[in-house]
Design a protein around this ligand. Structure first.
Ligand code: MF3
Ligand code: CO
Ligand code: CO
Length: 272
C-alpha cells in the first residue's frame, strides 16, 4: 500500500500520525533548519543566489539526505530564494545581491522518508528600516499562528491569528499560496490558509503534521507568476517576506520540527 494511505485520516483527508512518527519529522526538520543556519554567512552583497543554492545542494548530500525540491514538478534546485518583491518560489541564479536586499531561503529535505520544510529571511548588507518592520511582523505573525496550534482549535484560528496581526500593522497577507500538510509526502491536505475566521475550518487533532508559512506584503496582497512558471511576485512590486516552520500537533500544543539549532531563525543579521 502507498505509504501515505496508511494509518488514520480525518473526514477532511488529513492524516493522523502516530507518537513514534514525531522523531522522524524532528530529524528531517532539524536538518533543514541546520542548513538554513549554516548558509547565513553566504548571504552578502555581491553574492549570487545560485552560489547559495549550490552550497545547499552540497550540504543536503553531505548529510546523506535528499532534496525534496530537485525534480519536484520539474523544479531543478535545492532551494527557493525569493528576493525583495518576490513572494515565493524564486529560482536561484546568476543575479547578485545588492546592499539592502532582503531574501527568503526555503529548503525542504527528505530524511528516512520524512519531509522537513522551513524558510526564513536574510539580508545582504544593511537592513532598511521598512524591511526590518516587515520581517519582524511576518516572523511574529508565524509564531502567533503556531501559538494557535492545539487540539480542538481550528485551522481558521491559525489563519485568523496571522491575518489579524499582519493587518493590524497595515500589511497584507498573501492569499495565493498556503501552508500544507506534510509528513511522508511533501504536500498533503489540508491547505493551511494564512487568513480566516476563528472557529472555521477543520479541527486540529494530535498527530497532524503541517507547515505554516505566511507571506506578508508591505503593499497589496495580489501576486502574479512570471513567465518562468515559478517566480511569484507582488503585483504592486511591494516588498514581501515569509517565514515557514513544519509543526506537529501534540496533546496540548505544537512541536516545531524546524527550530534553528543555533537560535538564528530570527532576527536577520548581516555577514559583512
Ligand atoms: N518549499 C516550498 C513550500 O514551502 C515548496 C517549494 S516547491 C519548489 O511548500 F519546487 F518550488 F521548490
Ligand atoms: Co512548505
Ligand atoms: Co518551504
Amino acid at each position: 500500500m502507498n505509504e501515505d494511505l496508511r494509518g488514520r485520516q480525518t473526514k477532511d483527508g488529513i492524516r493522523i500520525y502516530e507518537a513514534g512518527d514525531f522523531a522522524g519529522m524532528h530529524a528531517a526538520g532539524a536538518l533543514a533548519a541546520r542548513i538554513l543556519d549554516d548558509i547565513a554567512g553566504l548571504v552578502f552583497v555581491g553574492q549570487t543566489t545560485g552560489a547559495i543554492d549550490k552550497r545547499i545542494t552540497e550540504m543536503v548530500e553531505e548529510a546523506g539526505a535528499t532534496s525534496a525540491t530537485i525534480g519536484y514538478k520539474g523544479y531543478q534546485h535545492a532551494s527557493c530564494i525569493s528576493v525583495n518583491h518576490v513572494v515565493c518560489h524564486g529560482i536561484p541564479g546568476d543575479k547578485t545581491l545588492k546592499d539592502g536586499d532582503i531574501l527568503n531561503i526555503d529548503v525542504t529535505v527528505i530524511v528516512d522518508g520524512w519531509f522537513g520544510d522551513t524558510s526564513r529571511m536574510y539580508v545582504a548588507g544593511k537592513l532598511p528600516r521598512k524591511a526590518e518592520r516587515l520581517i519582524q511582523v511576518t516572523h511574529d505573525a508565524l509564531m502567533l499562528g503556531i501559538e494557535a496550534v492545539k487540539p480542538g482549535n481550528t485551522f481558521g484560528d491559525i489563519g485568523h491569528a496571522i491575518q489579524s496581526y499582519a493587518e493590524s500593522h497595515r500589511m497584507s497577507v498573501v492569499r495565493d499560496f498556503c501552508g500544507h500538510g506534510l509528513g511522508r509526502v511533501f504536500h498533503a491536505p489540508p491547505n493551511v490558509l494564512h487568513y480566516g475566521r476563528p472557529g472555521t475550518g477543520a479541527v486540529l487533532e494530535e498527530g497532524m503534521f503541517f507547515t505554516i508559512e505566511p507571506m506578508v506584503n508591505l503593499g497589496r496582497p495580489e501576486t502574479k507568476t512570471l513567465a518562468d512558471d515559478w517566480t511569484a511576485v507582488t503585483r504592486d512590486k511591494s516588498l514581501s517576506a515569509q517565514f515557514e516552520h513544519s509543526v506537529g500537533v501534540t496533546a496540548d500544543g505544537a512541536e516545531i520540527f524546524t527550530l534553528s539549532p543555533g537560535g538564528l531563525f530570527h532576527p536577520t543579521y548581516t555577514a559583512d
